[in-house]
Write a protein that binds this ligand. Structure first.
Ligand SMILES: Cc1cc2nc3c(=O)[nH]c(=O)nc-3n(C[C@H](O)[C@H](O)[C@H](O)COP(=O)(O)O)c2cc1C
Length: 215
């Protein structure tokens, strides 16, 4: 209830002028990631930190593309493997992107965004005031593992660790790009899951705000 899903027409209208390429009502291609450049790793590590104040400036779509690729994009296309490791290569953690213009799911193999909701649900992605202002809130959602060869403990442990790798990639990308970020466990998970329309077999692990530093 109250969830406004995208139609082809609203999608085209919403994204007009946003810089995103609304080619069709399905997944929206984003520009190819720029995988050269950036700060040397040791400098990025030296700058990595959590920040809880953001300006309202939106993130350019090319930067969003680069950020998502850094997070968990495909870096070895022949093997469909990612910038972040995952236990048993399950790739079970998915990145949802909450922006003013709606909620999108990052599809790494096609490097595209799948529209989920046209609502601005940023405020619902956390319990701290800055969350509503941050232009981008990533929500890390894991598919619940049903493989009987995975122990009950590892069903909790693997998604948590796999999310940690993705989050750190985002931290380092932000450090390299001069962006502000903080990973967040303070999330009202049941409320957010309902707002996102998640299935029972999907589990919210963490969220992460990204933006430019408050001026
Ligand atoms: C699993 C996890 C959950 C976190 N949850 C929150 C959170 O809900 N809100 C927040 O402001 N910071 C959160 N943080 C950020 C930590 O507070 C932060 O990393 C810590 O204070 C160290 O600061 P630094 O990242 O600048 O080194 C979380 C960090 C981790 C690893």
């Amino acid at each position: 209830m109250g969830i406004q899903r995208f139609s082809a027409l609203t999608l085209l209208l919403l994204l007009t002028g946003s810089g995103l390429l609304a080619q069709e009502a399905g997944p929206m291609q984003i520009p190819a990631p720029q995988t050269g450049g950036g700060l040397p790793l040791m400098q990025a590590l030296g700058l990595r930190k959590s920040t809880r104040q953001f300006s309202a400036d939106t993130i350019p779509v090319q930067v969003l593309s680069n950020l998502l690729w850094a997070a968990c994009g495909v870096n070895r296309p022949g093997e469909n493997k990612r910038t972040a490791p995952s236990a048993r290569n399950m790739q079970e953690v998915h990145v949802y992107v909450s922006m003013e213009k709606g909620l999108f799911l990052y599809d790494a193999p096609s490097h595209s965004l799948i529209p989920v909701l046209s609502d601005d649900i940023r405020a619902a992605t956390g319990m701290q005031d800055f969350v509503a202002q941050a232009p981008l809130n990533l929500v890390y959602v894991a598919d619940v593992n049903t493989d009987s060869t995975v122990s009950e403990a590892d069903r909790m442990f693997y998604p948590a660790t796999d999310t940690g790798f993705i989050s750190q990639n985002v931290y380092l990308f932000c450090a390299s790009e001069g962006l502000a970020t903080v990973v967040r466990g303070m999330v009202n998970r049941p409320a957010l899951a309902a707002r996102m329309g998640l299935r029972p077999d999907q589990r919210i692990i963490l969220a992460q705000s990204v933006g430019t530093f408050a001026k």
